[in-house]
Design a protein around this ligand. Structure first.
Ligand SMILES: Cc1ncc(COP(=O)(O)O)c(C=O)c1O
Length: 352
């Protein structure tokens, strides 16, 4: 018999990247991966370029300068921050450190797919709690906790739905989980959401050390998706544990330099937030006013539903040079906020 994989591996569907080309279109509008349409801060690009001169050296394993810059920005203790190769790597190491065969990893229905992928990869059982109106239902999550539950993941705002739950719901979730369960709040889109009812949850980490961690990323607002930088706010004991199971050098030196420079470019950050604040509601309103169901979004994208017709909707967009992400279980398309011309092209294509 040939070498056999662990059972959970074959439960994972092989990732199929979207086709980023359209025949005859030189520069399609890429609204399929929730990237920032304004691109990165020029200061971040320069910093990465400068750091290339020293890539014969290993990077700082503990990303100390980046942790200090993040700590300063968010009013945290740098020893309570750990960076990773994108926040997906932190999701992975959390699963590896806390879950295995016989354990349950709990998440809302329609969650960010990496939660289930890494839970399956470590041989744990994925449990989806029913969502209500495509929005996480924390009471359903609490009701689904069993003695086997080890980890609970919730992305808030959620990808691919864009929907989010308010601070009271997160407070109920934190208070209702047994002490032995680790709660992972993935706040990848936190910077886009200024609503006072929203809580990215960083304070829960110090209030409940060892029970709550928060994930953030440089891939969205900071527009550094290609450099793969994520970070986690966690107590030092949890970080000590996760450090044992992660790669030694998770963040390259150019990535560390770029992230620090990106944090320092407040004007660019402000422009990127302002762009989203202007165009996210515009896109949602224009599509809704044409009878398209758009889920309320707190991120930099909308999920537009086309029950029974999402393939046609996707084809109509492609015909206009726009590439979006189809989400078949939702019979919808996830459409990132783009530059003005791209947003207008989306509305024009879907109107037709
Ligand atoms: C909710 C959520 N978490 C995490 C990530 C992963 O981000 P990163 O690029 O930091 O791995 C994404 C990316 O789309 C996301 O939507």
């Amino acid at each position: 018999m040939s070498p056999q994989p662990r059972p959970g591996i074959l439960k994972i569907a092989n990732y199929v990247a979207g086709d980023l080309t359209i025949p005859g279109v030189a520069h399609p509008a890429l609204l399929c991966a929730n990237e920032s349409p304004l691109g990165p801060s020029p200061a971040a690009v320069s910093a990465a370029r400068e750091a290339l001169a020293n890539v014969h050296l290993y990077p700082d394993a503990d990303t100390r300068l980046l942790c200090e810059a993040l700590a300063k920005q968010h009013g945290l203790d740098p020893s309570w921050i750990m960076c990773g190769t994108g926040s997906e790597s932190l999701i992975e190491v959390l699963c590896r450190a806390y879950a295995g065969p016989g354990d349950e990893v709990l998440m809302p229905q329609f969650s960010f797919p990496m939660f289930a992928i890494f839970a399956n990869a470590v041989g744990a059982t994925v449990v989806n709690a029913p969502s209500a109106n495509f929005t996480a239902d924390v009471d359903a999550l609490l009701a689904a906790v069993t003695p086997q539950t080890k980890l609970v993941f919730i992305a808030n705002p959620n990808n691919p739905t864009g929907t989010w739950v308010d601070r009271a719901a997160i407070a109920r979730l934190v208070a209702g989980l047994p002490e032995r369960v680790m709660l992972v709040l993935d706040s990848a889109y936190a910077e886009y959401l200024a609503d006072p009812a929203y809580d990215a949850g960083l304070h829960y980490v110090t209030e409940h050390p060892g029970r709550v961690v928060v994930l953030r990323t440089f891939s969205k607002l900071y527009a550094l998706a290609g450099l793969r930088i994520g970070w986690m706010h966690a107590d030092p004991k949890t970080i000590d544990l996760l450090r044992r199971a992660r790669f030694i050098f998770p963040v390259t030196a150019p990535s560390q330099a770029a992230a620090i420079a990106a944090l320092g470019d407040a004007a660019h950050v402000q422009r990127s937030v302002a762009h989203n604040t202007q165009w996210l509601p515009w896109l949602a309103k224009e599509l809704s006013s044409r009878g398209i169901e758009v889920l309320p979004s707190g991120g930099n994208f909308v999920l537009a539903r086309f029950p029974g017709k999402w393939r046609e909707a996707e084809a109509a967009l492609r015909a206009k040079g726009v590439i979006v992400r189809a989400i078949p279980p939702l019979e919808g398309l996830r459409i990132s906020v783009g530059l003005e011309a791209d947003n207008r092209a989306v509305v024009a294509a879907l109107s037709a």
